[in-house]
Every structure is written in C-alpha cells, then in structure tokens.
Design a binder for this molecule. Structure first.
Ligand SMILES: [Zn+2]
Length: 127
C-alpha cells in the first residue's frame, strides 16, 4: 500500500511476526541512530513489544516467544542487513513483504539468521 509519498527512502527497523501478521517499526535510514559502523532503528525489540502489548494488538506474553528480526545499514559497505528468525526467513512471501514495506533495494540487502533472533519454536528445535 502506497502512502502517496514521492520519496521511498529505505528504512532500518525491527520486525515481529505474530501469527500471520507482520509488525514493523522503522526509521528512514537518514534519521537512523549510529551504532558502531551501522545505522540502526533506535527502539529495541523489548520496548516495541511493550508498546504493541499496551495497544492491545499482540498477546501479553514474553517478547522472545515470537519470531523477530532487524534491518540495519552498514555504513562502510552500503549494504542493508536483514537478520531474522528462520520462521521469517524461510517464508519468501514474508521476506518480500518486509523488503517492500521498508523500501529496501533487493540487490543491496543481505539476509541471514542471527542467534539472537530465535523464537521459542526455533529454540526448542535446537535444544
Ligand atoms: Zn522461529
């Protein structure tokens, strides 16, 4: 869905998958926070989860239960990194939806897993 804005600046941000629904909290890369050699979204997963719980749109449970991910921007390489739970990455449809909603250039976006981003299902499998 277009917001009718002429510019589509790429964004960095954090992502949750709750059931079938994606929750994305993001910032245009030009307004993102410096973190080492990266530009990242300022709000972290925990704070974003509390906000969603407060709004009553997600279950009031531990944020670690749900698949999550993060898009950051590597200032040196000019590459966006999308790190996420396997539950998100194995669904091409979801990955495409995220890239498109955050206006990420497919050619300069790398996707991968991060051991940080493992939901209870993934953790259960690896134990
Ligand atoms: Zn998972």
């Amino acid at each position: 869905m277009s917001k009718g804005k002429p510019t589509r600046a790429p964004e960095v941000g954090i992502i949750y998958l709750v059931g079938e629904k994606l929750w994305i909290d993001s910032t245009p890369v030009a307004q993102a926070m410096n973190f080492g050699g990266y530009l990242i979204h300022e709000r972290d997963h925990q704070r974003y989860w509390r906000l969603l719980v407060k709004r009553g749109v997600v279950p009031n449970s531990q944020y670690e239960r749900y698949p999550r991910g993060r898009v950051s921007y590597n200032k040196k390489s000019g590459i966006f990194t999308f790190e996420a739970d396997r539950c998100i990455l194995r669904e091409k449809k979801l990955v495409n939806a995220i890239l498109s909603r955050m206006h990420l250039p497919a050619r300069s976006t790398e996707t991968g897993t991060d051991s940080l981003y493992r939901c209870v299902r993934c953790l259960g499998r690896s134990l």
